[in-house]
Design a protein around this ligand. Structure first.
Ligand code: COA
Length: 404
């Protein structure tokens, strides 16, 4: 049975901080952030948005784009590492806001940035397990990436959500059944229960990421069918590769590691050519939105499908997911010949509606967090976080959504 992603849709907050402005405020060269990390801007969450409104907006637009009745969804899983309650899952708010019916499993999964892939894989298995019935799952990855002001992680923040409809005979990406995984207990990035911002051992997290990549990739290569010929690499069978991208330079480092793994050594010219052909096309969205933790890899997928679905029709791509802590997976998928039919995936729309903010405005928003409130006049989302009353979080559709 062919299972995969039927539709994918991205939504990120419309406020964005240009990284050269952050560099100037922190007294570092702008090139360190724009070239050294590869980030041009990062999305900043306004007071009226949080992981719930991000997830619900992405989900509602995903279902609309696919023409799917929300009441037919049988499984709703939200992956996040910045959830809003220790017990109540983000998904149950989304369930109400987008109108999913009562006969649906709803829950949240967590393993740092790997959570989105964990949710996608379990949804795919859930679809495969019911061969006689065509069932659809809604998987959402939603996060607000936060590091302390002035810390090395500060330029690698961002926010956004990706919703994916998972089902049989997908229109966006067929998922291969075999993949390579890697897990190990490491303390590279974590967020104790009482903290808003993550703690990170930045350089160590890069080493953990690259080690997990090598291990998961080797495992995927061993499981490859038909088996690789002598001298053939798995990369030779892939038209594009998407990596978990906390900042675009991480994807560049990852790609160099894979090339070295497959070819022994690699010249700078070979690396540049391979990076520009296989990796760079997927990175334009994340370079402008920043880190979205669980959603990051899938922002890259949405970018690729929006820009290149026609070119990639019938071709196979590789995807690498990494979550600190850690768990990682290297898997592949094939772009169906009908992929052009999924149309826009929200990346261009998100970037076209942006309002740039300065450093004082960004710091003010970060210090106060998402406390809820009225949306700004030009608000781009479908749902608003109104605030907390009697320890209960209050959400509502915007007037425009109610009127539609
Ligand atoms: N022009 C161009 N590049 C410059 C530069 C300049 N003026 N100044 C520095 N750079 C480059 C550095 O050479 C480095 O590139 P390299 O890694 O390819 O050598 C890059 O900019 C970053 O500089 P560095 O000194 O390493 O930055 P940092 O110590 O401030 O921290 C991270 C970088 C990624 C460790 C930090 O942002 C972080 O902790 N992020 C969160 C954790 C994370 O995302 N981990 C990823 C795996 S999950």
């Amino acid at each position: 049975m062919s299972v995969g992603i039927d539709q994918v849709h991205v939504y990120a907050p419309q406020l964005a901080l240009p990284l050269p402005a952050l560099a100037a405020a922190r007294g570092v060269a702008p090139e360190k952030l724009t070239l050294g990390l590869g980030v041009q801007a990062m999305a900043v969450t306004p007071a009226c948005e949080d992981v719930v409104t991000l997830a619900a907006t992405a989900a509602a637009r995903c279902l609309r784009a696919a023409g799917v009745d929300p009441r037919t969804i049988g499984l709703l899983v939200v992956a996040t590492e910045t959830g809003v309650d220790h017990a109540k899952p983000v998904g149950i708010f989304v369930h109400e806001l987008v109108g999913v019916g009562p006969h649906c499993r709803v829950y949240e999964v967590k393993h740092a940035c790997y959570g989105g892939t964990a949710a996608l894989m379990l949804a795919a298995d859930w679809v495969r397990a019911h061969r006689t019935q065509a069932r659809r799952a809604l998987v959402i990855a939603s996060d607000v990436a936060r590091y302390a002001i002035g810390s090395p992680g500060e330029p690698t923040q961002g926010a956004g959500a990706v919703a994916m409809l998972v089902g049989p005979t997908p229109r966006a990406l067929f998922l291969a059944e075999e993949s390579g995984v890697h897990a190990a207990n490491v303390y590279d990035f974590w967020r104790p229960l009482d903290r808003r911002e993550a703690l990170v051992d930045g350089k160590y997290s890069i080493d953990c990421y690259l080690d997990a990549l090598a291990s998961a990739f080797r495992s995927c290569r061993r499981l490859e069918r038909p088996a690789l010929e002598d001298g053939e690499g798995l990369l030779d069978r892939l038209a594009r590769i998407l990596y978990h991208t906390p900042f675009p330079k991480m994807a560049a480092k990852a790609h160099r590691r894979l090339l070295e793994l497959e070819r022994g050594s690699v010249t700078d010219a070979d690396y540049e050519a391979s990076y520009h052909a296989l990796v760079a096309p997927g990175l334009t969205g994340v370079a402008q939105i920043g880190n979205t933790y669980t959603a990051s890899l899938y922002v890259c997928l949405a970018t690729l499908l929006e820009d290149e679905a026609r070119v990639l029709a019938g071709r196979r791509i590789g995807l690498f997911s990494y979550g600190s802590g850690c768990c990682a997976e290297f898997f592949t998928g094939t772009v169906p010949t009908g992929a052009v039919a999924i149309g826009p995936t929200g990346v261009r729309e998100t970037l076209a509606r942006r309002t740039l903010v300065d450093v004082p405005a960004y710091e003010e928003l970060l210090r106060h967090g998402e406390r809820g409130g009225e949306p700004p006049a030009d608000f781009a989302g479908d749902f608003v976080f109104r605030g907390i009353r009697n320890d209960r979080r209050m959400y509502a559709p915007t007037r425009e959504v109610l009127a539609a």
